[in-house]
Design a protein around this ligand. Structure first.
Ligand code: NAD
Ligand code: TYD
Length: 349
């Protein structure tokens, strides 16, 4: 029986990882540690929350004594660390929350693991990170694992900092670690502040779709369950101390993506083609807006045999279907209704 800590399991990617691990590994005891910030909702896990191999703990990774106690109590064999402040625009408005959770919170977890793991044997600290640490590409080229770090936003700088600290704990204390840097994810359970769920929400309500600048920025999109499959593989088969890039080979300018999304939404909502794209509204550009992200995922494909399974057209259709079928989820997370509900259910220490 292995006891595995997953942090940030009530968030977007974390909820898919928790569900996958709870279903696939009945022999693991999965502990989901999450502070339930605005981005975390236990509703995302309602289908697994009564399972005997799953436990939820409400808590803040910034609280060092609490984290130390937690590691002492559970004697975790492995950690998958996904808890983070994750939205670039929020990091521009309030960098300190990102410094605290993404950097200090990560170090608290590293210290917790270091205190209880007497040897590397049978242990692994897996840090889930982003391609944004590499900065911005021009029109050509791809991010490799060897690309120099060049973060521009407070979000990407905080993630870069935590990546360096995780590697430092490996090199200095021999802590067994692995890191992945993934491109933009999309799919069910994503908080409607990110481009795709925000646009779906606005289109369904006939509200403007805000496009920053000229809409020419490029992102490399990956369906969230393909990311969860890669995380599963790296956790079990990745080599100690290594970094793997994960990406969809699926580059879209923001405007091309939104036009595709509008077409799908028109079809699903029974609207005449061309109706939703009238909602597109160009707004002031994001400060320090990175032009292009694109991942070379040859290493994980060749060494571990991972490949994305879904084509974008299929993934976006599944995503739209999920948001339209879960209209209440969208309304509740946007209004903070779940935050208020769960605040009553769980008392923080
Ligand atoms: P998210 O914002 O949807 O979820 C983050 C979760 O962390 C939430 O459940 C939140 O409650 C929890 N959390 C935040 N602060 C906490 C704290 N102090 N203590 C405990 N829990 C806390 O994020 P996401 O999009 O699911 O991203 C998960 C991870 O994957 C992050 O580390 C992010 O940097 C990384 N990542 C995200 C993407 C993407 O496209 N979303 C791409 C690559 C990497
Ligand atoms: P986002 O989903 O915030 O992810 P990230 O900034 O981490 O890549 O944004 C994706 C792209 O969409 C990015 O280039 C910014 C742009 N964008 C808009 O044009 N309008 C929006 O309302 C949002 C949230 C993002």
């Amino acid at each position: 029986m292995k006891t595995i800590l997953i942090t940030g399991g009530a968030g977007f990617i974390g909820s898919h990882v928790v569900r996958r691990f709870v279903n696939k590994y009945p022999e693991y005891h999965i502990v989901n540690l999450d502070a339930l910030t605005y981005a975390g909702n236990l509703e995302n896990l309602k289908d697994v929350d009564t399972r005997s191999n799953y436990e939820f703990v409400k808590g803040d990774i910034n609280d060092a004594p609490f984290i130390n106690d937690l590691f002492e109590k559970y004697q975790f064999d492995g950690v998958l660390h996904l808890a983070a402040e994750s939205h670039v625009d929020r990091s521009i408005a309030d960098p300190m929350a990102f410094i605290m959770t993404n950097i200090v919170g990560t170090v608290n977890l590293l210290n917790g693991a270091r205190k209880i793991w007497k040897s590397a044997e049978g242990h692994r600290f897996y840090h889930i990170s982003t391609d944004e640490v590499y900065g911005s590409l021009g029109e050509t080229g791809l991010f490799l694992e060897t690309t120099s770090y060049d973060p521009h936003s407070p979000y990407s700088a905080s993630k870069a900092s935590s990546d360096h600290l995780v590697r430092a704990y490996h090199d200095t204390y021999k802590l067994p670690i692995v890191i992945t840097n993934c491109s933009n994810n999309y799919g069910p359970n994503q908080f409607p502040e990110k481009l795709i769920p925000l646009s779906i929400h606005n289109i369904s309500q006939n509200k403007p779709i805000p496009i920053y600048g000229k809409g020419e920025n490029i992102r490399d999109w990956l369906y969230v369950e393909d990311h969860a499959a890669a995380i599963d593989l790296v956790f079990h088969e990745g080599k100690d101390g290594e970094t793997y890039n994960i990406g969809g080979h699926n580059e879209w300018t923001n405007i091309a993506l939104i036009l595709q999304l509008c077409k799908t939404m028109d079809k699903k909502l029974g609207r005449t083609e061309g109706t939703s794209e009238k909602l597109i509204t160009y707004v002031k550009d994001r400060a320090g807006h990175d032009l292009r992200y694109a991942i070379d995922s040859t290493k994980i494909q060749k060494e571990l045999g991972w490949a994305p399974s879904l084509q974008f057209e299929e993934g976006i259709e599944k995503t739209v279907d999920w948001y339209l079928a879960n209209h209440d989820w969208l309304e509740n997370v946007s209004s903070g209704a779940y935050e208020k509900y769960y605040e009553k259910q769980y008392v923080s220490r």
